[in-house]
Design a protein around this ligand. Structure first.
Ligand code: ME8
Length: 526
């Protein structure tokens, strides 16, 4: 069995989770579910990043000890994920003992190999980014991310000889087209590598300045730089260096937003190479969720609460929206208007309507039993072909991290099925007493609806489960996988004649909006 290992970033615990974190983790959950349906042995890792100045300062501001502070915020991430339908296999915290040991083992290994040296360093330090900036990287003297004035710090530190591995990295990226995807980020990283701006990486902080970190195994006056510590979570969670899971599950894939492209695309692969480990398979990079054209972030205070939004509009609809609305790799705008439009257009009108009209016709004409089809006509064959084609497209696109286009491809079938209902007019066939033709049309519709529902399980596990149940198929489970997507896309089958289906369906009710004079959207009660 193929194994598939996927990670999200481990989130900083300086504030509570917001829509941005929820997006990455929901996408990861959907990708994991998709790979389960391909019959793979999946492992899904997420967690929290708990060391460093940023956390230390946030704890100090609240007058609390760092440990007490990180315990509370880490729990708010840990406890949120199941409420968003997310099922991870492991939640790692960088304050875990096994992680700290793995980081020390990693440091020692790279040190012993001669890739860590001691030297003097000066740079503009941003506490928000937890990194030094060179003069060239500043924008008008300010941090390019946080737009704050930076402090110049000069001190003795340990360095990782990253520059030694940069030619190898460039070569690797050039040879593996999809190593970093979408392509715009691959291009960005290659430009970074060609610019000559990358140097060795400062990987320590003197304890005189920071204590909240992992002590270097070869010098107890220093702690490890938070990024060097954090990236190692991707293997420490698998029990590296000695755990058996590491050998069977690594290399995996990563999912991150563009804010942390450089540590994942440059630091991490060179660190792995220096430690003699294989590099990851893919780095999947998405854009930012914007709110009124500004990046949503904890520091800007314009955050959307994912739990509240999921509860108000329905968790499955919310998950669908996130996957469908953002073109993976590009920025997207979040607004309740956009969410409501998607729910009403795609879910209520297209998909919900299809289910409700077809199931009520099946109840009326065949007492809710799947009828036996008779001879297929050209238009029936076209429906079957389109359905299988869109499933195959879906599999290819979803597997290639093009989630929005994958769902769009499914909707081609959903819309075509609604048109097929209109053109075949089952009510007219019934009136004419053409039962054989009516049975074929209804059979085609129910079979295609079942295939569509299967593909929706990764994005909308609950709703897809209910759709499948309405079609007399068991809801997809977590393990072992009930449905084999690859096989399902190869034959237009799956619904045995005689199967009992639901009499009605109302999975995605329309949301009626009333506008307040202020322009705020108010959700009307259903
Ligand atoms: O960077 N839009 O943690 P972090 C989309 N601890 N995604 C967003 C987002 C937005 N507006 N805001 C945040 C860190 N994210 C490090 C990672 S990994 C070894 C260490 C998501 O809490 C997105 O996944 O700042 C982004 O990459 C991540 O949160 C940053 O989380």
């Amino acid at each position: 069995m193929n194994s598939f290992f996927l990670t999200t970033p481990i989130y900083y615990v300086n504030a509570k989770p917001h829509l941005g974190h929820a997006y990455t983790t929901i996408v990861a959950d959907a990708v994991i579910r998709f790979h389960k349906m391909l019959g793979e042995d999946t492992f899904f890792l997420t967690g929290t990043d708990e060391h460093g100045d940023k956390i230390m300062r946030a704890a100090e501001q609240q007058g609390r000890s760092p440990q007490e502070f990180v315990d509370e915020i880490s729990a708010s991430f840990h406890d949120l994920w199941p409420l968003l339908g997310i099922r991870h296999d492991r939640f790692i915290r960088t304050t875990d003992l096994e992680h700290r040991r793995a980081v020390q083992a990693f440091l020692q290994r790279v040190y012993d190999a001669g890739d860590i040296y001691f030297g003097e360093f000066g740079g503009h330090y941003c506490y928000g980014c937890e990194r030094f900036y060179t003069e060239k990287e500043l924008e008008n003297g300010l941090c390019p991310q946080h737009k704050t004035r930076l402090e110049f710090i000069s001190e003795k530190n340990y360095f990782f000889k990253m520059s030694r591995y940069l030619p190898w990295l460039k070569d690797h990226i050039e040879k593996h087209e999809n190593f970093i995807r979408p392509h715009r980020y691959r291009t960005e990283v290659l430009a970074m590598l060609e610019s000559g701006e990358l140097e060795d990486l400062c990987i320590s902080r003197p304890k005189t300045r920071l204590q909240w970190g992992i002590e270097l195994p070869f010098d107890n006056a220093y702690v490890c730089y938070v990024w060097f510590d954090a990236l190692i979570n991707y293997i420490s969670a698998l029990g590296w260096p000695n755990g058996p899971d590491c050998a069977s599950r690594w290399p995996g894939e990563h999912l991150v937003a563009k804010d942390i492209l450089k540590p994942h695309a440059v630091f991490w692969p060179t660190m792995l190479k220096a430690a003699g480990l294989p590099v990851y398979r893919h780095l999947n990079v998405h854009g930012y969720w914007l709110v009124r054209d500004t990046k949503m972030s904890k520091s800007l205070g314009n955050v959307i609460d994912p739990l509240e939004t999921g509860r108000r509009f329905g968790l499955d609809a919310f998950r669908y929206f996130l996957l469908r609305e953002m073109r993976f790799g590009e920025d997207a705008s979040f607004s309740e208007d956009a969410l409501i439009s998607r729910i009403n257009a795609d879910l209520a009108n297209d998909l919900g309507n299809l289910f409700s009209r077809v199931l009520s016709m099946a109840a009326k004409y065949f007492a809710s039993r799947v009828p036996e089809p008779s001879v297929l006509m050209r238009e029936d064959e076209a429906v079957a072909e389109l359905c299988l084609h869109s499933l195959q497209n879906f599999i290819q696109l979803f597997g290639n991290a093009q989630f929005d286009t994958a769902l769009e491809s499914l909707w081609e079938t959903v819309r075509a099925l609604n048109k097929y209902v209109d053109s075949q007019a089952p009510w007219a066939l019934h009136k004419r007493g053409d039962t054989a033709r009516l049975a074929t049309v209804m059979h085609m519709l129910l079979t295609a609806m079942r295939k569509t529902a299967l593909c929706l399980w990764p994005a909308m596990p609950d709703a897809a489960g209910r759709m499948l149940e309405q079609l007399g198929s068991p809801a997809a489970g977590n393990a072992p996988p009930v449905y084999d997507l690859q096989r399902e896309s190869g034959a237009f089958d799956g619904l045995a004649p005689g199967t009992i289906v639901a009499e009605t369906s109302n999975i995605f009710p329309r949301i009626d909006v009333k506008r307040e004079p202020s322009g705020n959207v108010k959700k009307a009660k259903n």
